[in-house]
Ligand binder design. Structure first.
Ligand SMILES: NC(=O)c1ccc[n+]([C@@H]2O[C@H](COP(=O)([O-])OP(=O)(O)OC[C@H]3O[C@@H](n4cnc5c(N)ncnc54)[C@H](OP(=O)(O)O)[C@@H]3O)[C@@H](O)[C@H]2O)c1
Length: 261
């Protein structure tokens, strides 16, 4: 896909990965509609970009938020939707309040589906279009301590694959991009400590954004970023009991950090 003059809706634009995506997409010549929840940060980001950009403030877990973004999108003439907004969540499932679990599902799964649903008529009318869903390694390698987040990201992966197959006879590319840990504010102190204790590497937002932009450019349907995580995710698909056994050894570490305030 041509990024020069593409018109892209980017959700979670003021977050760690979002800011880098905005910067790199704008540098590639794309025009951006930035979605976030804080007007001041949206304005500051918009003012720092070299190409035309606009912004819309919306909480994507609320119907009025989806409606606001959909309205702004029609005005902007968007041809690429990047579902990047998301929240993290670390803790043992039975120790979490249901409201927390519900917020993860609403933000990381229901919101991208709803937004895609609202925008598809507009995308179908474009000569060239794409939907990019930012998943996670945990969507293919579900991890103890991340049950709700893994469920949401696995759901997003399934949605992306089904939609890609459903839109195969259209000009809309559907891209599922799944990074491993990224060094952004999404990771709480206990998540950072857990990653360190388990030897999990975290990539910079700039590195991940570069890979995501490349996946969009060449319309690569599936991109799982990070090794050996990619290998373990594949193995989990064909022999999950091997991964069960491997991760059971890590459970005491997960429990230790899950109980850290
Ligand atoms: N960081 C990682 O380790 C990691 C790894 C794999 C995948 N990912 C995925 O990468 C994506 C970007 O995450 P990040 O690391 O950049 O996290 P981040 O720095 O915390 O940014 C998340 C963004 O999502 C927005 N957001 C959260 N809830 C929202 C809501 N209800 N309505 C509208 N916007 C909302 C936030 O808006 P505000 O700016 O208004 O708060 C923020 O801009 C997420 O989908 C995440 O799951 C992250």
């Amino acid at each position: 896909m041509q990024l020069k003059n593409a018109r892209i809706l980017l959700t979670g634009a003021t977050g760690g990965l979002g800011r880098e995506l905005a910067r790199q997409l704008s540098a590639a010549g794309a025009q951006l509609l930035l979605a976030g929840r804080d007007n001041a940060r949206l304005a500051e980001l918009s003012g720092s970009l070299p190409t035309l950009s606009s912004s819309v403030r919306a909480d994507l877990t609320r119907p009025e938020g989806i409606a606001a973004v959909a309205g702004a999108t029609r005005e902007f003439g968007v041809n690429v939707l990047i579902n990047n907004a998301g929240i993290g969540n670390f803790g043992l499932f039975d120790a979490q309040a249901w409201d927390t679990v519900a917020q993860v599902l609403a933000t990381d799964l229901a919101a991208p589906l709803r937004l895609t649903h609202a925008l598809l008529p507009l995308l179908k009318a474009q000569p060239e279009a794409a939907v990019v869903n930012i998943g996670s390694t945990f969507g293919s390698l579900p991890f103890p301590g991340f049950a709700a987040y893994s469920a949401a990201k696995a759901g997003l992966r399934g949605f992306s694959q089904a939609l890609r197959r459903e839109l195969a006879d259209t000009r809309i590319a559907v891209i599922h991009f799944a990074p491993r840990a990224i060094d952004t504010p999404l990771n709480s102190d206990s998540m950072v400590a857990l990653n360190r204790a388990l030897g999990h590497r975290a990539d910079s937002a700039a590195t991940v954004a570069t890979q995501m932009v490349a996946a969009l450019r060449c319309e690569r349907g599936e991109r799982h970023f990070g090794f050996p995580e990619r290998l373990f995710a594949w193995l989990n698909g064909i022999a999950p009991s091997l991964i069960d056994r491997g991760l059971s050894g890590k459970l005491p570490v997960v429990k230790r950090f899950a109980h850290t305030p």
